[in-house]
Design a protein around this ligand. Structure first.
Ligand SMILES: C[S@@+](CC[C@H](N)C(=O)[O-])C[C@H]1O[C@@H](n2cnc3c(N)ncnc32)[C@H](O)[C@@H]1O
Length: 258
């Protein structure tokens, strides 16, 4: 595949917002039924982050896969709408940053477009260099963007309250769904932390369970049956149907997911 053919391409989702399609991973960056709607449900509403933004003074978030920057733009828009926004540090990693010119074509829907996200993302993608980049976006929002593979990324300098686990799916992006990855994330986590992912695959849940995360299932977004929430302490998963981690660990060691 030539370099030009490998470049992610703009694609429209059913709620009118755009996403990207990656020819390398042969996958869209978001649910084709609605990029913005999916991000809101999976990463903000279901894990309780939306409520925490209104109630807490300081929140640290870790995102696996900055991608189009949509989760970051959504976070900024939720914070901008608050009278007293908390201080938020977003740590995100991205191995294959989007070309700045592609970012100018993003359309995240009327509500988010008021923030001129394409311009902000164009400048972030233009300025970001390999390694750690720190952008003071507003008085209350800092973006710490690591450009490079997750394996090479440093531990955040504070414990993490919410994780957006948002790689491509395990069948095409397997290295980010292994127990070692979830062990590393566990070492980043505050004891009250909640990790959210759109993924409900048993193999992914097993990798989390092997790494010592407690798990629960939640209704999936936009036509998907389920998503997954994880935490180090099951009391952070109250209200959700729990997953049997012991059984998954057993199946993992039997080789069911090899
Ligand atoms: C589903 S997309 C993320 C969508 C993103 N959160 C958003 O809001 O647009 C997955 C991202 O993970 C990145 N990725 C894949 N493997 C990676 C790795 N080993 N380290 C860091 N990033 C990786 C891809 O380049 C892609 O941008």
């Amino acid at each position: 595949m030539s370099e030009e053919d490998q470049k992610p391409r703009i694609s429209e989702t059913k709620d009118g917002s755009t996403t990207l399609y990656s020819p390398v991973f042969d996958q869209h960056y978001h649910n084709p039924n609605g990029a913005v709607a999916e991000s809101k449900i999976v990463f903000f509403e279901t894990p309780g982050l939306l409520q925490a933004l209104q109630e807490q003074n300081h929140i640290a978030i870790f995102e696996m896969g900055f991608g189009t920057g949509l989760n970051f733009i959504l976070l900024k828009s939720y914070l901008d709408a608050l009278e007293n926004p908390p201080k938020v540090d977003l740590y995100s990693v991205e191995a294959f940053p989007v070309d700045p010119d592609t970012a100018t074509q993003f359309d995240f829907g009327e509500e988010l477009n008021q923030q001129h996200p394409a311009e902000l993302l164009h400048s972030i993608f233009s300025d970001a260099k390999p390694g750690t980049n720190s952008f003071q976006i507003t008085d209350y929002l800092t973006l710490n963007l690591f450009i490079g593979p997750f394996n090479d990324s440093p531990k955040p300098d504070q414990s993490i309250d919410y994780f957006f686990h948002d790689p491509f799916s395990p069948d095409v992006n397997a290295e980010l769904w292994k127990p070692d990855v979830f062990r590393k994330l566990k070492a980043y986590a505050d004891e009250s932390a909640v990790l959210a992912t759109y993924c409900a695959a048993s193999s992914a849940r097993a990798a989390m369970a092997v790494a010592g995360w407690k798990l629960s299932r939640a209704p999936g977004a936009l036509g998907k049956r389920e998503m997954t929430l994880a935490s180090l302490d099951e009391k952070n998963l109250v209200g959700f149907k729990r997953v049997n981690e012991l059984r998954l660990v057993e199946r993992y060691h039997q080789g069911d997911f090899d």
